[in-house]
Unconditional design. Structure first.
Length: 196
């Protein structure tokens, strides 16, 4: 027989596993913190690379975000939102702050994740070429536009989630996406014209 759903055991009100690990880490539990890092590291790095277009900058941003996570674990309040939203906002702040501080001269070409190449070497070359073009075009976009595009298209977040991560309004996110897509389309068209 199943226990009745109460606020204590209702899946909708139960804290997510990351929030539980964070609570333990806030109490000084280094094992909980290490497990949290293990769970978050790969997706965080993937998002940071998509936003920054530079693997070294992305690694620095993720490292800074994990440092802040350890220092500020006690500040997380589940009543104010999800752990995922809180963490994403922290990561985006670190990524955008790091980008502003360093301003690299050239992006690392191999930072983009290349989709499945398909069955033929020719198709693999086409996909790699397209990914490199998109990466190069995206690298020139303003960082907030690039972040909004990465969160929307790369991570599939809603406008509200992106607004929370970038600490702005949903209307502002719509504008960022609109301008980012238009600029990306223009840059890709310019690249195509140069190659012909």
């Amino acid at each position: 027989m199943h226990a009745p759903l109460t606020p204590a055991n209702d899946a909708r009100t139960a804290p997510d596993p990351e929030a539980l690990l964070l609570r333990r880490a806030a109490g000084g539990d280094r094992r909980a913190y290490a497990e949290l890092v293990r769970l978050l590291a790969r997706p965080a790095l993937g998002l940071a690379v998509r936003v920054l277009g530079d693997r070294a900058l992305a690694e620095d941003a993720v490292q800074e975000a994990f440092t802040r996570l350890w220092r500020e674990a006690h500040r997380f309040d589940p009543a104010r939102g999800s752990f995922a939203g809180w963490w994403r906002r922290m990561l985006m702040n670190c990524a955008l702050d790091g980008r502003r501080r360093l301003r690299p001269a050239t992006p690392i070409e191999d930072a983009a994740e290349i989709p499945d190449a398909g069955p033929t070497p020719a198709r693999a070359a086409e996909v790699a070429d397209l990914a490199a073009r998109v990466q190069a075009a995206a690298a020139g976009l303003p960082e907030r536009q690039r972040a909004a595009l990465a969160l929307f298209h790369g991570d599939g977040l809603t406008m509200g989630e992106i607004a929370a991560a970038l600490e702005t309004s949903e209307k502002a996110v719509e504008g960022l996406l609109l301008r980012g897509r238009a600029a990306l389309k223009e840059r890709l068209t310019d690249l195509k014209d140069e190659l012909e």
